[in-house]
Design a protein around this ligand. Structure first.
Ligand SMILES: [Zn+2]
Length: 283
């Protein structure tokens, strides 16, 4: 049997729900109008650190940008609530770790700058002691130290070629036999310690001496010095992400970063603008 009163109430309730729903939706739409990320050029990486969707947390923003880049959604079709991310009205994605675990391929998770647990806090000039280092690598580490020093941060490197000294507070650089299992390594370094000093040793694999150009060697030393003062790999997703940089740098891939884990093919090409921001954020 029809209950007309009941049906009328249902219709009225539906209409009110619809109106309230549309109002909320259009408010959120308005908030998103300015956030279109289309036509963002590389130049804006340097000049435009305006936040396109300031209301969202860093974690939400990373997911939104991942969805735009990889799922081809439009920013206008994405709405973030406390619990979920809605796309095109009715498709739902989880937030946080559950999104990354279930809807992304592990290799492409956020490529931003990362730091290790500890930074250099106890000294401002970091001595680099060279232990029988060949002249080509000596030139490379001197040039690399200069590149970091030119960023004018709160720490500096100072290369000391006196062979009779080691340093307990700085970096000891020497050639090293990695053995057959680790033969793919060109050079390596320690991270800073819990005492606030830089990684104490840096090693060079002599097998690559004849393969790498002077510029490749310089790039390699810039990269290893980066590890020694606390940088993790930019594309590694390990350590803690460096968040006090512009939104571009903490959101998008920084594939031109000197801290990307890659062979130094093509030689030294300078720091990326995000490298500079990340260094300034730490030092
Ligand atoms: Zn590395």
């Amino acid at each position: 049997m029809f209950n007309l009163n009941f049906i009328m109430k249902k219709i009225l309730f539906f209409l009110i729900t619809l109106i309230v729903g549309l109002t909320i939706f259009s408010c959120k739409k308005d908030a998103l109008q300015e956030s279109t990320l289309e036509n963002v050029t590389h130049q804006q990486e340097i000049n435009n650190d305006e936040e396109p969707h300031a209301n969202y947390s860093d974690e939400d923003r990373k997911i939104i940008n991942y969805m735009i880049e990889n799922f081809n959604y439009s920013i206008d079709d994405i709405i973030v609530t406390d619990e979920f991310i809605f796309v095109e009205g009715d498709i739902m994605y989880p937030k946080g770790k559950s999104f990354w675990d279930n809807y992304t391929s592990k290799e492409t998770i956020s490529r931003v700058h990362y730091r290790s647990n500890y930074l250099v806090t106890q000294i401002t000039t970091i001595p680099i002691l060279l232990h029988n280092v060949s002249s080509d690598w000596r030139n490379a580490v001197i040039a690399a130290a200069n590149e970091w020093n030119n960023l004018n941060g709160s720490i500096r490197f100072s290369v000391n070629s006196n062979p009779n000294h080691s340093t307990t507070v700085g970096i000891n650089l020497q050639h090293y036999n990695y053995g057959s299992n680790m033969g793919h390594i060109i050079a390596s370094a320690f991270h800073p310690t819990s005492s606030g000093y830089p990684g104490n040793m840096m090693y060079i694999n002599d097998d690559y001496n004849g393969v790498l150009t002077a510029s490749d060697k310089k790039f390699t030393m810039v990269h290893e010095l980066g590890h020694a003062i606390g940088f993790e790999h930019t594309d590694g997703n390990h350590g803690s992400s460096i968040t006090n940089v512009g939104w571009w740098c903490r959101t998008f891939s920084n594939s031109s970063s000197v801290m990307v884990a890659a062979l130094p093919v093509g030689g030294w090409n300078g720091f990326s603008s995000c490298d500079v921001q990340a260094f300034n954020a730490l030092y």
